[in-house]
Design a protein around this ligand. Structure first.
Ligand code: BMP
Length: 227
């Protein structure tokens, strides 16, 4: 049976002075347990494409994904250009669904398919501001997701009902849910509602003992959702 560590994606955003060497050592410990990594823009701005590539080689050896969270929201030609910089350095990239399909996500998806990179689209976000604009357009966003056929969709662990509605509408899509830990959701809130992965950042990375923090998340997940 697949390890429950495989259901956790550790978000590495930290931009303080820990250094790439330390982050790689930490990443190795997360990935050897089976978890995946999501690298955010603070990481990319600090360590560049080279840093992303190095994390990918560390985690790829353990069969773990490295998801590049650029949250792209541009015209297709530019998103494609941006993603091409990381070709061979990431398993998946994240883009916003709201930019639409025509001359947008279609171009990005075609390029990623050619390069063997997964596409993850943001459906709804974990912070309260998602309700101000994004969530009013949920039906339209679902239509874009339907046309684009991404590998995965981001839906908030902070609002499990949204996770459940994404699951009901797109049973074939992987759901990745941020908001566990620092933003208040508990391990299992999203997975028990149908998500495939929970994304956990600062609760783990800012902990004095990050690997133990990951172990605690997994224990809680097991306790609440089984497995
Ligand atoms: P944390 O667990 O430290 O709150 O980190 C959550 C991670 O998930 C961050 O990398 C953030 O960019 C990302 N994220 C989020 O918090 N909410 C969303 O709706 C989408 C995200 O990608």
């Amino acid at each position: 049976m697949e390890s429950i560590y495989r259901r956790i994606v550790v978000a590495v955003d930290r931009d303080d002075e820990v250094g790439l060497y330390t982050l790689k050592q930490l990443a190795e410990r997360f990935c050897e347990r089976g978890s995946h990594l999501k690298l955010g823009l603070p990481f990319v701005l600090e360590y560049g494409v080279r840093g992303v590539r190095e994390m990918f080689s560390v985690c790829g050896d353990h069969g773990s994904m490295v998801i590049l969270d650029l949250k792209m929201a541009d015209i297709g030609a530019i998103m494609r250009m941006i993603a091409s910089k990381f070709r061979g350095a990431a398993s998946a990239v994240i883009a916003h669904a709201f930019v639409g399909y025509n001359s947008g996500l279609r171009d990005l998806k075609e390029a990623l398919d050619e390069w063997g990179v997964k596409l993850v689209l943001v459906a709804s976000m974990s912070h309260p501001g998602s309700r101000e604009v994004l969530d009013h357009c949920m039906e339209r966003i679902f239509e874009v997701i339907d046309r684009t056929r991404p590998w995965g969709v981001v839906a908030p662990a902070t609002r499990p009902t949204v996770v459940a509605s994404v699951k009901a509408r797109f049973p074939y899509v992987r759901i990745l849910s941020p908001g566990v830990g620092a933003q208040g959701a508990k391990p299992g809130d999203a997975i028990c509602s149908g998500a495939d992965y929970e994304i956990v950042g600062r609760y783990i990375t800012k902990s004095p003992e990050p690997v133990k923090a990951l172990d605690r998340v997994v224990e809680e997940l097991k306790r609440r959702c089984g497995g």
